[in-house]
Design a protein around this ligand. Structure first.
Ligand SMILES: C[S@@+](CC[C@H](N)C(=O)[O-])C[C@H]1O[C@@H](n2cnc3c(N)ncnc32)[C@H](O)[C@@H]1O
Length: 305
């Protein structure tokens, strides 16, 4: 695994807390309903992404915010040749390398730990034909400057006329005023067998002053059903919510033509069936949509600009 220079210096307190408490959290990754080791879901994601891409399988795919690398094997199986994966979470990347990535593909995969905004040094100079940002990751940088830097970094990573595909829930999963509490039974998969747990989350939204954007704050705690003991202590994490018209404008400013191509459930029977059977909520459910952004060739100067 390659470290990306300069990453730590850029992390704000919010991002550091998000990664340490939420994404590096091994028990949280092991919940049965979570995405991190769900290969059928990851294969269905990739199937949809390549249909949305609608071009011959790309040679190089860049996976920003790659998490547990769950899209690596499906992309290689579908004819992509070389992958570059970047994420801040050492816990996710390490768990993914040991559980989601067969050792036989190691020579076609470069894994880097660091901030996507600093990833230029590990990306191809000519840019990637396809950038795939999965798992509703766009809103993880909740300060507006960080968010703008993220979009600019994604644009720089693309080859001229290259395509960025991502899923985003946006403002389709907002609670009303106040705090909404939800609780559901879950299974924690451990080396010693399955444990019944309770997944307790709250959601509340606050507008970002001077902006049309808002921040959705979640709290999350996982409790063992029999003892009530915390398996994952209560912590919070946040997502930036950008209304669609503003998102299109932000992408245009970065030289990307953005299009919402429809709910994930409309692109895949697997997603549709999963939503119907398990009653998946916002981040995996009905409000989640696929987006396709194409890089304007007129804006494809040197990546260092
Ligand atoms: C919701 S998870 C999705 C992971 C993966 N894409 C998937 O679909 O399973 C978001 C990931 O983005 C990473 N992340 C958030 N902000 C980042 C940044 N600025 N640079 C690198 N990784 C980041 C987190 O560490 C986390 O692993």
């Amino acid at each position: 695994m390659h470290p990306i220079r300069g990453a730590r210096a850029r992390w704000g307190r919010d991002l550091l807390q998000l990664v340490e408490e939420h994404y590096d959290n091994e028990p949280l990754m092991r919940l049965a309903g979570e995405i991190h080791f769900d290969m059928p879901l990851s294969r269905a994601d990739v199937e949809a992404v390549l249909r949305i891409y609608d071009r011959p399988a790309p040679r190089t795919v860049y996976l920003p915010c790659a998490g547990t690398l769950r899209h690596v094997a499906p992309l290689l199986e579908r004819g992509c040749h070389e992958l570059i994966a970047v994420d801040l979470s050492l816990g996710s990347l390490s768990a993914g390398l040991s559980r989601n990535v067969p050792s036989s593909v190691a020579d076609r995969l470069t894994v880097c730990q660091g901030d996507v905004r600093d990833a230029g040094e590990v990306l191809p100079r000519e840019g990637a034909e396809l950038v795939f940002l999965g798992g509703n990751s766009l809103g993880d940088l909740t300060d507006p400057d960080g968010h703008a830097e993220l979009i600019a970094a994604l644009a720089r990573a693309l080859a001229p006329e290259g395509v960025l595909i991502f899923d985003y829930v946006g403002d389709r999963y907002l609670p009303g005023p106040g705090t909404l509490s939800t609780e559901w039974p879950e299974i924690l998969r451990t080396a010693d067998g399955d444990i019944e747990v309770l997944d307790r989350r709250t959601r509340s939204v606050s507008p970002l002053s001077g902006s049309l954007m808002s921040v959705l704050t979640f709290t999350c705690e996982i409790l063992e059903v029999t003892s009530g003991a915390p398996v994952v202590p209560k912590h919070s994490y946040r997502k930036l919510i950008v209304p669609e018209a503003l998102l299109i404008q932000q992408f245009r400013q970065a030289g990307l033509k953005l299009c919402n191509v429809g709910p994930v459930a409309e692109w895949s029977t697997y997603h549709r069936d999963r939503i119907a059977q398990t009653g998946d909520l916002g981040m995996l459910g009905e409000p989640n949509c696929w987006y396709r952004a194409v890089k304007d060739p007129q804006r494809s100067g040197s990546r260092s600009q």
